[in-house]
Design a protein around this ligand. Sequence first.
Ligand code: ARG
Length: 597
Amino acid sequence: MKIETKITEAVKAIVEELYGQQVPDSMVQLQQTRPEFEGQITLVVFPFTKMSHKAPDATAQEIGERLVERLPEVVSAYNAVKGFLNLSISSRQWISLLQDIYENPKFGFLPVTDDSPLVMIEYSSPNTNKPLHLGHVRNNLLGWALAQVMEANGNKVVKTNIVNDRGIHICKSMLAWLKWGNGETPESSGKKGDHLIGDYYVAFDKHYREEVKELVAQGMDEEQAKQEAPLIKEAHEMLVKWEQNDPEVRGLWKKMNEWVYAGFDETYKALGVSFDKIYYESETYLEGKEKVEEGLAKGFFYRRDDGSVWADLTKEGLDEKLLLRSDGTSVYMTQDIGTAKLRFQDYPIDKMIYVVGNEQNYHFQVLSILLDKLGFKWGKDLVHFSYGMVELPNGKMKSREGTVVDADDLIATMIQDAKELSADKVNKLEGITEQEAQEIARIVGMGALKYFILKVDARKNMLFNPAESIDFNGNTGPFIQYTYARIRSILRKWNDVITLDEKAFEVGLAEKEISLIQRLQGFEAAVRQAGQDYNPSCIANYCYDLVKEYNQFYHDFSVLKEEDEAKRQVRLMLSAAVSQVVKNGMGLLGIEVPERM
Ligand code: ARG
């Protein structure tokens, strides 16, 4: 039984004995004792003063006295500070808690059962005309971490992606490829498919701008020139053909999208993310039209004279929202309605979470209302997990066009930087093969990137600073990974089982050791908090605090060199439990930890 549970039960019994009242568990408020006081667990006594008709410290005093009598094996001493009763918990209890944590590889995780609620998390959701960029990296890392956190809180999780694979953007790339591509393929050029398509998108834009410039020089007004430029007209014709299922256009579209997917898959793999079910806009947008027609028939929406369909959300304090254009084609919102329909058919969704940047806050506010009107039971409470922008310090790694930071370039740079850093310490890792060194560099480079992004509150805009992220000191992934690797090296040296005999349970722990065990226990609360608030950064910061505290402990106490066998066993177990919780915590963030580093 948990220490807190034992105390709660005892306090309830004591209150009944002393004051003749039965109180609910929630009235027994236990906190961690503030560091300036003696003890580890503090009972807040104020709620009981109404029953005792005594001053807070007198009440604390009498409850404390009885607690020591009642639970001699748990509470070894107490002191009352006003309305706070600080309890010193016996070492034996902490050691037994340590053993529980050590023996439970899933400590802090709630089980997922058949009855668990189903949470669908959508993340990534790229367009297929360009490779992934730094914004997608933040999106993917957050989506993956959130999925792990939700699962650790006892939810069935379905990770999903909506690929916006159709529309004018992809037609632009297709057209440019037809015009200037000379049949180039990923094989013929050795380019990753998503980069290849991205390059043609850029090429389209370049030529298009030239055309617009030309028309303006001939005296056309700029807005009109943008509509009249031959290239954009051709792209629109292509989209119409696509919608009409023209076999040639569809064939090219399919081929080029396949190239893009192969490229995306490589990036996803490098980021360590994956999906359980991928939806494609080309398969969902028609469903959206149907749903809108249905809503129109039921009078939720209305049709204007030009034939376009709208939702009037002025009653909800929003504006009027276009759902179908006058030519019957669908818009971004229509696609989202269609995707929702299919997802709802495919899964018994209890909660839907969309991981999408904060520039789409309004879109999701509207979507929630529309889905609710259309009868989706999770529509009203859908969660838009809205995150802020991420940028690099000026001048760092801007791509050819000078605007976006390419995800693949960034990943490669991080791994290269990690490699160079560890080359300086190569003597520490004797006998390591080139392949192992590369693997460590990958783990450390990715750990630096992931941790730096995930430790920040998702809602905030942030600057990703590569040099700072990979620093081995400070609140960084490599700092945590390094501590993990060091513990693993201690445990390798021990090379024997860690068990506690009766003597080990009699060890008197120092405050720092107790506080470290308490910190370990706090993993559970950190995971719950992260789930409740949809906030993976809780876990990142927990891992940092744990590792910092372990390092202090390791600085102050010997582990392997401790001569008292019982103490050594406890400290080895403490070290092992820390490494296990660090591994699990970092695992929730999608961050691997190296055995050596
Ligand atoms: N592909 C879109 C973009 O790049 C994001 C899609 C977000 N998800 C959604 N269900 N609307 O802007």
